[in-house]
Design a protein around this ligand. Structure first.
Ligand code: C2E
Ligand code: CA
Ligand code: CA
Ligand code: CA
Length: 278
């Protein structure tokens, strides 16, 4: 893709990230997208497995560029991280989602929890703590309604810094969730070092539950261990009734996945929630 110029960035494709020109073009397009409000959020319901009720939603960033078309978050989040835009993007996600949550629960008539993804890079510096505290109080939601999803990568970076930062986050009353648990670096040691409230089992283990005994054994072990440590467990990527039944039998607390709903626009959350909660 050395044929630079305007047409070079017409269509987004995976190859684009492999060369610097493409990555730069994507970075420039994302910067503009943030200014011009091309980003939106989808909300995926999370259900309590025992009651079947929707108890929360996870905010997922969406970007449809007028020139590139829809760009998946797995592609543009890394670009935002490298291009120094992740703080801006992350703050926008946080505020937008908190405000949307207030509208959803007003219409719904009962509170919901909100899970927000954060990149390790966003958490550097103290500014972010104030940003969170302010987003919560401006929107008028209870801190306990907010869950911050971090990844294992942040925890293996170790350091008292991360512990202190997570401690102060928690002292705000916000819950801390380890996302994609088991996917990457998994060291069980970090679970006792860091203030963690909840573990989200990576969907790769969930998808294999029925066809690979070893994955089922890992899921069992994660649930038992998390509960022994006083943590809640949520399974992501639940797609089938068989997976759901397995997770319920094993005492998994919450579920999320296409079996229930994909991420939907804020305006559709209430309707989807009512349909799911029956
Ligand atoms: P994630 O946090 O693990 O989010 C779950 C991803 O799995 C979402 O993809 C969701 O649409 C997808 N998913 C949900 N249910 C199912 C299912 O049943 N089966 C399958 N196969 N997939 C399912 P999405 O929205 O493309 O997001 C991808 C990743 O991008 C997220 O993974 C997260 O790491 C990142 N991301 C998204 N929004 C944000 C954000 O606002 N900030 C940051 N830092 N990262 C974000
Ligand atoms: Ca997540
Ligand atoms: Ca995840
Ligand atoms: Ca995952």
């Amino acid at each position: 893709a050395k044929a630079a110029g305007r047409n070079a960035i017409r269509w987004f494709d995976h190859g684009m990230l492999k060369d610097d020109d493409g990555r730069l073009a994507l970075s420039a397009a994302l910067r503009q997208a943030l200014e011009q409000g091309e980003l939106s959020l989808a909300y995926q319901p999370q259900l309590d497995l025992a009651t079947g009720q929707v108890v929360g939603v996870e905010a997922l960033a969406r970007w449809t560029s007028p020139t590139l078309g829809p760009v998946p978050p797995d592609r543009f989040i890394p670009v935002a991280e490298d291009g120094g835009m992740i703080t801006h993007l992350g703050n926008w996600v946080l505020r937008t989602a908190c405000e949307a949550l207030v509208r959803m629960q007003e219409e719904l008539g009962h509170p919901l929890r909100l899970a927000v993804n954060v990149s390790p890079r966003q958490l550097r510096g103290r500014a972010w703590l104030e940003e969170i505290a302010d987003a919560i109080s401006s929107a008028g939601i209870a801190p306990a309604q907010l869950e911050v999803e971090i990844t294992e990568g942040l925890l293996i970076e170790d350091h008292g810094d991360v512990v202190a930062m997570l401690e102060s986050l928690r002292s705000l009353g916000v819950a801390i969730v380890v996302d994609d648990f088991g996917r990457g670096y998994s060291s069980l040691a970090y679970l006792t070092k860091f203030p963690i409230d909840k573990i989200k089992i990576d969907r790769s283990f969930i998808s294999e539950i029925t066809c690979a005994d070893n994955d089922a054994a890992i899921v069992d072990a994660i649930i038992v261990m998390a509960h022994a440590l006083g943590m809640t467990v949520v399974a992501e990527g639940v797609e089938t009734a068989v997976q759901e039944r397995y997770l319920r039998e094993r005492g998994c607390d919450e579920v999320q996945g296409y079996r229930y709903s994909p991420g939907v626009p804020a305006d559709d959350v209430v309707q989807v929630t009512r349909a799911l909660s029956g």
